[in-house]
Write a protein that binds this ligand. Structure first.
Ligand code: HEM
Length: 475
């Protein structure tokens, strides 16, 4: 028996290891800095558990492609377990036959390119509403809270497509939606003692973590109940409506489906669509606008390109990306620097394996640092600088291994087409229809890039700008 050779790593404290050395909100930056000492693969000890961090394109290829089946499960933590109804969802559940089947159902019925095209009218209606809201704020010379408005747009899109109902500030979900999404993100990444130590649940009770989790769960659960009740009622009335919730409800009674679905399965999947659908698009649009505000030359270039290519004065309805090379490059550059999920979603090994000469045991937590990979100086010149030009005429793309905004392999994001379509349309319209300025007294260096904790990282301070309507001179 050969002795095990684990990846190197910083020495931790007795018992707790490296546990409290980093905050969930900036762990991608902390890991990236550790890489300067320990290289592109290292281990951290978390109260007796091991977490291996991987942050190079070569090792990402090993994990996401060559050895994908060894790295394709997900670790269960108290927050993720509770909010996914004990791992019945897609994004947070361990790898299983159920996961494979249900992911297929989601892709065929909701996320395929054909479906994404068929949702174009909904996207267009929602983007017109967004532009109208910004126009009226601009007309009234009021500051535009883009973080809030873009989340409304992304959430409306996701909710209309997934459960046939628009999300609005006034409606039953609206006022709580924003805070609930952030709270859920916090619960996905926060620390629970019960995940690491026997009887740790008592400490989580004393610190209030459990009651906070329970409240988030109950609030979300009530929303899913309402959505499912509405659909069951509509089915009784033989409504023509047909969305993914209807598909899942029908599947509950479909004996040919290899797994017995319950209402809990449906709620768990709704949770993925809720947070996946709205959070990632919002983060993508807001980080791109943040970088463009900090970089006036790319801002001018992308607006000129859009205004030259688009022939009408109103809302852009369809994007011909082949004519918008610079716009495409801006989006890639933003996803390189600010992947909405900088550490993807953590993986767990399914068996003992070896990578780069290091042994990794089964059930080890594995984190791929997409944020660090996208800034690796080996592949990216001046990696911290926002420079869309680097993508012009380049073969680097979103699905390679030198940047991994959608992850890869069996657990890759199934919604890249859906997510990009939402992101591109909102961004193109906001850039085409308005010139953007900072509120009086601020300059571009005042825009911070701190992030809130979560699997998806939002800007800590909401992006608030002044919009000046662009007057189209005609062609
Ligand atoms: C720009 C938009 C988006 C980005 C950047 C993004 C990114 C990601 C990433 C990094 C992962 C983890 C992949 C891995 O572990 O290898 C993921 C998984 C996932 N995403 Fe997305 N996503 C986006 C949009 C969406 C949307 C709109 C939805 C749903 C409507 C969605 C649903 C999911 C689901 C269900 C998974 C779990 C897949 C699995 O575990 O097998 N995503 N996404």
């Amino acid at each position: 028996n050969q002795a095990l050779r684990p990846p190197p790593g910083p020495r931790g404290l007795p018992l707790i290891g490296n546990m409290f050395q980093f905050k969930p909100s900036n762990s991608h930056i902390y890991f990236s800095n550790l890489g300067k000492t320990y290289g592109s693969i290292f281990t951290l000890g978390l109260m007796g558990k091991s977490m291996v961090v991987i942050q190079s394109a070569e090792l990402a290829k090993e994990v996401l492609q060559k050895q994908d089946e060894n790295f394709c499960s997900r670790p269960q933590t108290a927050g993720r377990k509770k909010l996914s109804y004990n791992g019945l969802d897609i994004a947070l559940s361990p790898y299983s036959e159920y996961l494979k089947e249900i992911k297929k159902v989601l892709v065929v019925n909701l996320l395929s390119s054909k479906n994404v095209d068929s949702f174009a009218p909904i996207r267009q209606e929602e983007v017109s509403r967004l532009i109208q809201k910004v126009s009226s704020l601009s007309f009234a010379s009021k500051t535009v809270n883009l973080s809030q408005l873009v989340l409304n747009y992304a959430a409306s899109n996701a909710s209309r497509i997934t459960f046939g109902k628009r999300y609005d500030d006034e409606d039953v979900f609206g006022s709580r939606y924003w805070s609930l999404l952030h709270e859920a993100e916090y619960m996905f990444t926060t620390f629970f003692f019960s995940d690491y130590i026997y009887l740790g649940g008592w400490i989580d009770k004393l610190t209030g973590q459990y009651s906070r989790l329970e409240k988030t769960f109950k609030d979300l659960d009530a929303i899913y109940d309402k959505i499912i009740d509405d659909h069951l009622h509509a089915i009784k009335l033989k409504s023509e409506q047909h969305d993914i919730v209807d598909v899942l409800l029908r599947l509950m009674n479909d004996t040919s489906f290899p797994f017995k679905l319950t209402i809990h399965h449906i709620k768990a999947i709704l949770m993925n669509l809720f947070s996946g659908g709205a959070n990632t698009t919002t983060a993508g649009v807001i980080w791109t606008l943040t970088e463009l505000m900090k970089n006036p030359i790319p801002m001018k270039k992308v607006q000129e390109e859009l205004r030259k290519a688009v022939l009408n004065t109103g809302c852009i309805t369809k994007l011909d990306l082949s004519k918008l090379e610079y716009f495409k490059a801006v989006i890639k550059e933003s996803l390189r620097l600010h992947p909405p999920a900088p550490l993807l979603i953590p993986r767990e090994t399914t068996r003992k394996t070896n990578i780069n000469g290091y042994d990794i045991l089964p059930k080890t937590i594995v984190v791929l640092n997409g944020w660090a990979i996208g800034r690796d100086p080996k592949y990216w010149m001046d990696p911290d600088i926002f420079m869309p030009e680097r993508f012009l005429g380049s073969s680097m793309d979103l699905m390679g291994m030198t940047m991994i905004p959608f992850g890869g392999g069996r657990r890759m994001c199934p919604a890249s087409a859906f997510g990009l379509a939402n992101l591109e349309l909102a961004l193109a319209n906001l850039l085409f229809s308005f010139d953007w300025e900072l509120p009086a007294g601020l300059n571009k260096d005042d825009i911070d890039t701190n992030v809130l904790p979560g699997l998806v990282t939002h800007k800590e301070k909401e992006l608030c700008l002044i919009a000046k309507k662009f007057e189209f001179a005609g062609k």
